[in-house]
Design a protein around this ligand. Structure first.
Ligand code: NAD
Length: 497
């Protein structure tokens, strides 16, 4: 059996082989005998299989990263960043190819994938500012003839455990800044969508980074556990569900690591009667059904305030029922597929449960016509109205194209409903009233707030917010927080008699 992977030539994937890990500057056959099949969720085509790496495979990566750290941290920061400039150029050159692979492995539309790759490149660009952001500070004469300095230093080997839904972008929230700061890195992508990382590591190989600075270990729970338990890993960045995130946070901190866990979500969108309704509807449509609802920033519940309810529901239903659902590579598709049959079955169960708990299913995604596809895990957009406070639909992350609509008589009740959620990832308000907008951002307990914005996605130079069960840790991904996560202060107090 061949063990190789060649990603693609001019946008065509050329492989149905077993993926390899990338350790110490080489593609290596892992020790594991177990492989996880990777399929295109839009047509069930088998795209390859990813190794379910073992503790020993992880240890090889850690040893390589540990050995590389000493020289890498001594490499001038401007030189470190220069490698990332080259990475950005390669991403631009292979932009369309990476986008197509994202579509194939994750089921999203080509435009959504292009948006993802653009955002990923922005994270690489952010890392170019590390030479400034790593600067420390100094106070002369803090005491008589004594100077005191705080220097930012890298810490060693970091790792990321990432989700399926943004297979190229999420890993790049972390890796560029981590290595620009002088750390070495291990990436463990989702076993459902490992292919885009294969391309990233082909590019990282091409830019000629010293061996061991970046390493790729494919796998599932065993490899994640091995990363969390390994004594030579100093920190873990996790993005995924809150359920798994809690395990990651507890286990990694119990092994003495610094951890940032970006978890699941239940995002609320409040619509006020004074909002520009057409703009709000179109924003909310994108928020709820973009990436088939599989975004941690997806709008999941609309709270329609006062008498805007009926007009809003009618306009939204009209637009949602006309969405073209189909294979993401088809340019006419406005919504792609669910990540897997298993995930579709889970969402169908939640729709059933929503009906049973008495909400009104005014648009049934199970009946939606799917354009020109055979097979595939497709589901059209669903809308539930008259969703009650405390119901499953108002509480649980569905992570699919299902939007719930609730009523609120006034501003205070809307905020009360939103703050009942155990999650706190994002919330948006649609209004033309500056007073409402100001109070909303002040009172709502969510980490990312949108004001007339449907998807409140922080750009790369801002920390990615998240509160309550949507985030565990203190320093967030992206922005200045990420530089602080990947470095620590060393305090030097000096006297020269
Ligand atoms: P997931 O939690 O199932 O998996 C995430 C990662 O954890 C994967 O790499 C997986 O292999 C690993 N994993 C799974 N079970 C594990 C276990 N028991 N022990 C150790 N590791 C384990 O998440 P997913 O289904 O891939 O992604 C969807 C979730 O991610 C949603 O909840 C979504 O809201 C969330 N998400 C959050 C953000 C954010 O920034 N807050 C961004 C994207 C996605």
């Amino acid at each position: 059996m061949d063990f190789f992977y060649r990603s693609s030539i001019q946008g065509q994937i050329v492989m149905t082989q077993k993926l390899q890990n990338y350790i110490d500057g080489e593609w290596v056959v892992p020790e594991t005998q177990n492989y996880i099949e990777v399929t295109n969720p839009a047509n069930s085509e088998v795209l390859g299989s990813a190794p379910d790496s073992t503790t020993k495979d992880v240890d090889s990566a850690v040893q390589a990263a540990k050995a590389a750290f000493k020289e890498w941290r001594q490499t001038p920061v401007l030189t470190r960043v220069r490698y990332l400039h080259r990475l950005k150029e390669l991403c631009e050159e292979r932009f369309e190819e990476i986008s197509a692979i994202c579509v194939k492995e994750a089921g999203k539309t080509l435009d959504e994938a292009r948006g993802e790759i653009r955002r990923a490149i922005e994270s690489i660009e952010f890392s170019f500012s590390v030479p400034s952001l790593m600067a420390g500070f100094k106070v002369e004469d803090i005491s008589s003839s004594i100077d005191e300095t705080a220097e930012r230093q890298p810490l060693g080997v970091f790792a990321a455990i990432t989700p399926f839904n943004f297979p190229f972008m999420v890993p790049l929230w972390f890796l560029p800044t981590a290595i620009a700061c002088g750390n070495t890195y291990i990436m463990k992508p989702s076993p459902q969508t490992p292919l885009s990382m294969q391309i990233l590591f082909e590019m990282l190989d091409e830019i000629g980074l010293p061996e061991g600075v970046v390493n790729l270990v494919h796998g599932g729970v065993e490899s994640a556990n091995a990363l969390m338990e390994h004594p030579d890993i100093v920190g873990i960045s996790f993005v995924g569900s809150s359920q798994v995130g809690k395990i990651i946070y507890t286990k990694s901190t119990s092994h003495g690591k610094r951890v940032q866990v970006q978890g699941g979500a239940k995002n609320y969108l409040a619509v006020f009667p004074d909002a520009n309704l057409d703009a709000a509807v179109s924003n909310i449509l994108g928020s709820a059904y973009g990436c088939a609802g599989q975004r941690c920033l997806a709008g999941s519940v609309v709270v329609a305030v006062g008498d805007v309810y009926d007009e809003f529901v009618s306009k939204l239903k009209d637009k949602a029922s006309n969405l073209v659902v189909g294979n993401g590579l088809d340019n006419s598709s406005q919504m792609g597929s669910i990540i897997s049959e298993a995930s579709k079955t889970r969402i169908l169960g939640l729709i059933e449960q929503g009906v049973k708990e008495g909400a009104d299913l005014i648009l049934d995604g199970r009946e939606h016509e799917i354009a020109k596809v055979e097979g595939g895990a497709f589901l059209g957009p669903s809308i539930f109205t008259d969703v009650k406070r405390g119901s499953m639909l108002s509480r649980e992350e569905i992570f699919g194209p299902v939007l719930s609509i609730m009523r609120a008589p006034d501003f205070d009740t809307a905020v009360e409903i939103i703050n009942e959620s155990r999650y706190g990832n994002a919330a948006s308000i649609f209004t033309n009233n500056g007073g409402y907008a100001r109070e909303f951002k002040y009172q709502v307990d969510a980490g990312n707030i949108g004001i007339n914005i449907g998807v409140a996605a922080p750009s790369a130079s801002f920390p990615f917010g998240g509160k309550k069960d949507s985030f565990f840790g203190d320093l967030h991904g992206q922005g200045d927080d990420s530089v602080r996560f990947f470095t620590d202060h060393k305090i030097v107090i000096e006297r020269w008699p």
